[in-house]
Design a protein around this ligand. Structure first.
Ligand code: ZN
Length: 273
């Protein structure tokens, strides 16, 4: 069983129930030790106020969601994406976040050039890495399940993400999310390869059937992922940081009282992670 002190909750898990201030209060009151913060909620609250509240709460910040989205149809849009990532890095530094989570982006509108999109991702990463290194903020590439390759992320396996880390070097690592990676026959070997580049570990479950591509993630234990097995592989890399529950669930968990969701996260974390 994972140490309950490693539990962090991604605030998207209660995004319909809580503002950032409410999430910080509810998680820390329940004894949860970490939170991952979304930038839209951060903007509603204001960075200075968020930094103050996080400091008072004692919560660890397991990640800032999100940077990335590098591809664009023209130079100006790609530069705007880069500029937005630079702001995210500054926000993560102010919050003391463990990393900026990067959802790298898919095909530009009207494009069928998947290889080209992947080149734009590599170039975008290269453009923001110097600022991330200066700020001391690690960048975590989060490979997303291939069903998102067109519109969210053209980096779809841990192996692909690690190839980018190999090319671009220091300051870059990976976020291992069981939802996106559980199906990969090469997963154990790639987690071993990730080693100390493992910057974040996200858990939820894969429901059968899944009724929505984005908003039907399951609570740990309600689906088919052997989470404990994957956690064991991740532990063997030496990763001993926060383990983040991240559940987008429009028809189930977003409709329940926030306290019930938090309590269930804690129970299932002990049972399945
Ligand atoms: Zn994730």
């Amino acid at each position: 069983m994972a140490d309950p002190a490693r539990l962090s909750i991604n605030q998207a898990t209660t995004r319909e129930q809580h503002s950032l201030a409410q999430a910080i209060a509810a998680y820390s009151q329940a004894g949860v030790r970490g939170i991952s913060i979304w930038r839209d909620k951060l903007a509603d609250c204001g960075l200075d106020e968020a930094v103050r509240m996080i400091g008072d709460s004692g919560l660890g910040v397991s990640g800032l969601c999100r940077g990335g989205m590098f591809p664009g149809a023209d130079t100006a849009s790609r530069q705007a994406n880069i500029d937005d990532n630079l702001v995210a890095i500054d926000e993560a530094a102010a919050l003391g976040a463990d990393c900026v989570v990067l959802v790298c982006g898919g095909l530009p509108d009207g494009s069928k050039d998947l290889a080209g999109a992947r080149e734009m991702i590599r170039d975008g990463l290269g453009a923001i890495l110097p600022h991330a290194r200066d700020a001391g903020v690690p960048l975590a590439i989060e490979p997303l399940h291939p069903m998102y390759a067109a519109d969210r992320c053209a980096i779809n396996t841990l192996g692909q993400a690690l190839d980018l880390c190999d090319q671009l070097g220091e300051g870059l690592g990976v976020a291992v999310d069981v939802y996106h990676l559980w199906w990969d026959p090469d997963l154990e070997a790639q987690i071993r390869r990730a080693g100390e580049r493992t910057l974040a570990f996200h858990v939820c479950d894969w429901l059968v059937p899944t009724t929505d591509l984005l908003l039907d993630r399951g609570m740990m234990g309600d689906g088919v992922i052997d989470i404990r097995q994957i956690r064991d592989w991740v532990d063997r890399t030496g990763y001993d940081g926060l383990i983040e529950v991240e559940i987008f669930s429009a028809e189930n968990w977003w409709k329940r009282p926030g306290d019930e969701v938090i309590r269930t996260c804690q129970e299932r974390f002990e049972e399945t992670v």
